[in-house]
Design a protein around this ligand. Structure first.
Ligand SMILES: [Cu+2]
Length: 180
């Protein structure tokens, strides 16, 4: 089972490369904020994604504010709404590139039911790290919608971006502007 071993090594490499995401995943506050509760959200913002743009260029947000994002993919390609720093997006772009190379993602869909998943048995749990389930992000297939509730932390350089290979660099990125 050489394949399994190399897969685990790859997963471990991802885990090491994304400490910020790992923190957020355990519900701990991080520099970019943490998953929020709908009841705390005073604003609902509709995000519409097309190939390859967002309906909004920037979003005003207050430090500590919780926002409920309703994210719709009105395009024909797979798109993501991911909240992070430019450095986090750069890291995530590399991960998504690998996921695409491994067949876990295609330009138009997620392929999370790979047979190799089941074959990997125990390590399937480890694979969760490679499933696209970061709490600061939703990955949405064409025609579908998703929700993301996020409690922002302090002011900082924060972007919403799509890290599907090629999209960020063709302009699928916007700024969070912190106001007081
Ligand atoms: Cu995209």
């Amino acid at each position: 089972m050489k394949t399994t071993v190399s897969m685990i090594a790859l997963v471990a490499a991802f885990a090491i490369s994304t400490p910020v995401l790992a923190d957020a995943g355990h519900g701990k506050p991080s520099a970019i904020g943490m998953p929020g509760k709908k009841v705390d959200a005073k604003r609902v913002i509709d995000i519409v994604m097309e190939d390859n743009t967002y309906n909004l260029e920037s979003i005003e947000v207050k430090a500590g504010e919780t926002i409920h994002f309703r994210v719709k993919n009105a395009g024909e390609l797979l798109h993501e709404f991911n909240i992070g720093t430019p450095a986090m997006h750069a890291t995530h772009q590399q991960e998504m590139m690998k996921m695409m190379e491994m067949g876990m993602l295609t330009p138009t869909s997620m392929n999370m039911n790979m047979s190799s998943h089941a074959a990997m048995g125990h390590s399937a749990a480890d694979m969760a790290g490679m499933k696209h389930d970061d709490p600061n992000s939703v990955l949405v297939e064409p025609g579908k919608s998703a929700e993301l509730v996020w409690k922002f932390a302090k002011a900082g350089t924060l972007e919403f971006a799509c890290n599907v290979p090629g999209h960020y660099h063709t302009g699928m990125v916007g700024q969070f502007k912190f106001s007081r």
